[in-house]
Ligand binder design. Structure first.
Ligand SMILES: NC(=O)c1ccc[n+]([C@@H]2O[C@H](COP(=O)([O-])OP(=O)(O)OC[C@H]3O[C@@H](n4cnc5c(N)ncnc54)[C@H](OP(=O)(O)O)[C@@H]3O)[C@@H](O)[C@H]2O)c1
Length: 318
């Protein structure tokens, strides 16, 4: 384990907080807000985005923008800390490969997106052989959290995390940062977190569906509001429902299609592998799959069976 020297790090006037130079890749909904959050905490941000418009926009916020990975890597005064906030999968591997042309031993790459934990372990080992540290950060709290105080669950080598902890503490709400453990563990815990989120959101959706079918003329906005104040089921998800009903009280302009970005599937696959029973979360995942299913082939099969054995009516296509 290499020794960590406090290069690139200085203390501000009141000598309480350690400030760092961070290269942020990906100025989307999360990365843009994270850059502003880090900037507000007096960290020195160098921002890069694949397409230039967001970089131009963040420059207007007083953040230094760069227009290539090469320029990003050449902009550091010393040790590089690169924080990626981009979609999981190939985007992360390709970005790391591009970075590797310019990084040096001792640099650190942080993946703050929702990557699969096994990919993070693989990337940790790949970078380790080159003397570059890799840190996986599960980031929760949505865009508001990224801007005003997130929840971060971090995996990596303890010395590296110790070195970077001022960053994680600064961008997180009080007690909202935790070092989880070995490389990959931050993304593992985030995978489970998101799987729980799937189940909770599905339950909220089903509850409102029952209210919608009820014999009463219920004001959903009013219900979401009262449930957001003092109830057992209050919280960010309920406040998000409240926000949605504020915009449209019957969500008329929204199609009932729910996409999924991988974490629920990975969690269910992990549960199957470890023989852990997860009926709520797996049903929530399948409900999302059903929501995007326009073919409805299983329903066609079931309707056909009923027709064949019992002569039950089918709804023919017109
Ligand atoms: N949104 C949330 O609430 C949330 C919460 C926690 C974690 N996350 C995770 O955080 C990460 C970023 O999410 P987001 O919501 O900020 O996404 P987003 O708004 O869609 O932004 C994605 C960013 O990544 C860049 N990008 C996309 N494909 C790329 C590629 N192949 N190579 C390089 N850059 C690429 C985009 O650049 P362009 O502008 O050029 O398209 C954009 O800046 C994801 O892993 C997501 O799962 C999201």
């Amino acid at each position: 384990m290499k020794n960590y020297i406090w290069v690139k790090v200085f203390k501000d006037e009141n000598k309480e907080r350690i400030k760092m130079e961070v290269g942020l890749i990906g100025l989307g909904k999360m990365g843009y807000n994270l850059a502003l959050n880090l900037r507000d905490h007096k960290h020195e941000i160098i921002a890069y985005n694949r397409s230039s418009d967001k970089t131009e926009s963040i420059e207007k916020e007083g953040i230094r923008g760069v227009y290539s990975i090469k320029e990003l890597c050449h902009s550091f005064k010393d040790k590089r800390i690169i924080w990626m906030m981009i979609p999981s999968g190939d985007a992360v591997d390709n970005t790391i490969d591009e970075l590797l042309e310019f990084l040096s031993p001792g640099d650190v790459v942080i993946d703050g997106g929702n990557s699969f934990y096994k990919d993070s372990i693989r990337r940790y080992h790949k970078l380790k052989t080159l003397g570059i540290d890799f840190v996986d950060v599960g980031t929760s709290g949505g865009t508001d959290g990224a801007r005003n105080g997130a929840c971060t669950m971090v995996g990596g080598e303890p010395e590296v995390i110790d070195y970077l902890s001022p960053l994680f503490k600064d961008i997180s709400v009080e007690n909202g940062y935790s070092y989880i453990g070995a490389p990959g563990s931050g993304h593992y815990v985030k995978m489970v977190h998101n799987a729980i989120e799937y189940g909770m959101m599905q339950a909220i959706g089903e509850g409102f569906e029952l209210l919608n079918a009820s014999p009463f003329d219920i004001d959903f906005h009013n219900v979401a509001k009262v449930w957001s104040n003092g109830s057992i089921i209050e919280g960010l998800l309920m406040r998000s429902v409240l926000g949605a009903f504020e915009k449209s009280d019957r969500l008329e302009n929204i199609q009932g299609i729910v996409d999924s970005s991988g974490e629920g599937q990975w969690a269910v696959e992990e549960a199957l592998r470890l023989k852990v029973s997860m009926p709520v979360i797996s049903n929530a995942l399948f409900a999302r799959y059903k929501s995007v299913d326009t073919g409805k082939f299983s329903e066609k099969v079931v309707a056909s069976i009923r027709k064949e054995f019992g002569g039950h009516a089918i709804h023919e296509k017109r």
